[in-house]
Design a protein around this ligand. Structure first.
Ligand code: EPZ
Length: 425
């Protein structure tokens, strides 16, 4: 396994370019199952989860060419298979998103049941119930979801919770269903809106993009899609905004989708961050002390749970006590123990983390357990006094392209090593 070795304290300066959104790209790749023609996606991030999704599509018989420039060309299968294997789904639970498009395209899908993950149970009951309401027959046995649908019929679906994945699976299953599907309490994350725009470009009839009520009129056939550019990653952009502030630096962030980051921007400004929108991009710098905040994660447009860990790292050195409440996942505080080993003073009470700001963090050897928690530990290491070893960075590689290379280009003292290399090797 690999680790990052970080010597903290450098003020990061310079320009960083934000890539395409992981949580959009994966779904657009899955949506290409619906297409009878070649699909070209641009601005696809070169991250581990994209490579796994490419393997999932190839397992279905499709051809996926990932180019260095982030352009991904996906060629339909001559005859589409319908099984997503355990080894791939086990590597990336987002593979479950092929269920809906497979049912729509071939009327069948055998997808390994995704396990939980470190941040929570990650149930899929909303996905399965919604697909059954559209007419799919679903059995779960031997660790596999076996779904069949001779025909999918439009219906009304009302989610108890605006689940991102369930909204996307139902949306993709509905685009070729007979009749109209209305999804109420749909998730509204910008990555879903990107998927809606992509499906409409494929000829799907969808109203309500960006709202919590999606109306999908089923069509017989979709049309050649041509090229589509993946939306910028608001979470990567938010992560680098925190990098700029935590390191006391001054960073120009290009391609940040600020129009999709309202709550992130508001909370960072409340924390005392200086944000200037310039023609060249978003200029972010520290503006004196970091002020404590109360943050509650919520579905979009609320504060995104995928930025919770990064804000935890920032507020661990705020001038006062903050309360961070995690309302979306049941176990997304694992990084707290690691931050406390770096001198933070955070305690957990149910869904609340009480973050008592300290003057500074100190370097330590820490272990990554999930993608965003890992990014947050790197951010803490950049600000800490001394050397931090961030172990098992494979979690970070799932969602951040060239993370340490981008940080190094901003002046960070960070290097990637094999775990067995000790710092003084
Ligand atoms: C997506 O996960 C993202 N992943 C997550 O990003 C993100 O944190 C999450 O949405 C919320 O924004 C991808 O897009 C690949 P949910 P998803 O369904 O779709 C419960 C990252 O770091 N739930 O909205 O799995 C579930 O247990 C990742 O990039 C059910 O109970 O999120 C969770 O507590 C992490 N039953 C809550 O809803 C269901 O059928 C939110 O899940 C579905 C979900």
């Amino acid at each position: 396994m690999e680790k990052f070795l970080i010597r903290g304290g450098n003020r990061l300066k310079g320009t960083v370019k934000i890539g395409g959104a992981k949580n959009a790209a994966l779904k657009l790749m899955a949506a290409s199952i619906l297409s009878d023609d070649k699909v070209v996606l641009k601005n696809v991030p070169k991250i581990k989860d994209v490579f796994i999704m490419a393997k999932v599509l190839e397992e279905l018989g499709m051809k996926v060419d990932l180019s260095d420039s982030g352009t991904t060309t996906i060629t339909p299968a001559s005859s589409l298979r319908y099984e997503a294997s355990y080894e791939l789904v086990n590597q990336m639970r987002a593979s479950i998103i092929v269920l809906g498009p497979l049912l729509a395209q071939v009327g069948k899908a055998h997808v390994a049941l995704p396990g939980g993950c470190n941040i929570g149970l990650r149930k899929i009951d909303f996905h399965l119930r919604g697909l059954e309401k559209l007419g799919a027959k679903i059995r779960v046995k031997h660790g596999f979801i076996e779904a069949e649908a001779t025909v999918l019929k439009g219906t009304n679906i009302d989610f108890n919770f605006p689940s991102v994945g369930a909204t996307e699976n139902i949306l993709m299953a509905a685009v070729k269903a007979k009749g109209t599907t209305i999804i109420k309490n749909a998730a509204r994350e910008p990555e879903i809106t990107d998927l809606v725009y992509f499906l409409k470009q494929m000829g799907a009839k969808i109203d309500g993009a960006g709202t919590s009520c999606l109306v999908i009129k089923g069509v017989e056939k979709l049309r050649p899609t041509g090229e589509y550019t993946v939306v910028s990653d608001r979470i990567e952009a938010g992560t680098f905004m925190v990098v700029a502030v935590l390191s006391g630096g001054d960073v120009l962030i290009q391609n940040a989708p600020l129009n999709l980051m309202g709550m992130i921007k508001n909370k960072l400004i409340d924390a005392g961050v200086k944000i200037n929108e310039t023609d060249g991009g978003l200029r972010v710098s520290r503006n004196g002390e970091i002020k404590p905040l109360d943050i509650a994660t919520l579905p979009y447009p609320g504060f995104p749970t995928d930025m919770q860990a990064q804000m935890m790292a920032l507020l661990s050195v705020a001038n006062g006590t903050s309360i961070i409440t995690e309302n979306v996942f049941e176990n997304r505080f694992m990084l707290i123990d690691e931050l406390n080993r770096m001198g933070a003073n955070i305690r957990v009470q149910g869904p609340h983390a009480i973050v008592k700001g300290v003057d500074s963090l100190t370097g330590a050897s820490v272990r990554v357990t999930d993608l965003r928690g890992g990014a947050a530990l790197v951010l803490a290491g950049l600000a800490a006094k001394g050397v931090t070893e961030v172990n098992d960075v494979s979690h970070i590689d799932r969602g951040y392209e060239n993370f340490e290379i981008k940080l190094k280009s901003l002046g960070a003292d960070i290097s990637r090593l094999d775990e067995q290399n000790s710092p003084n090797a």
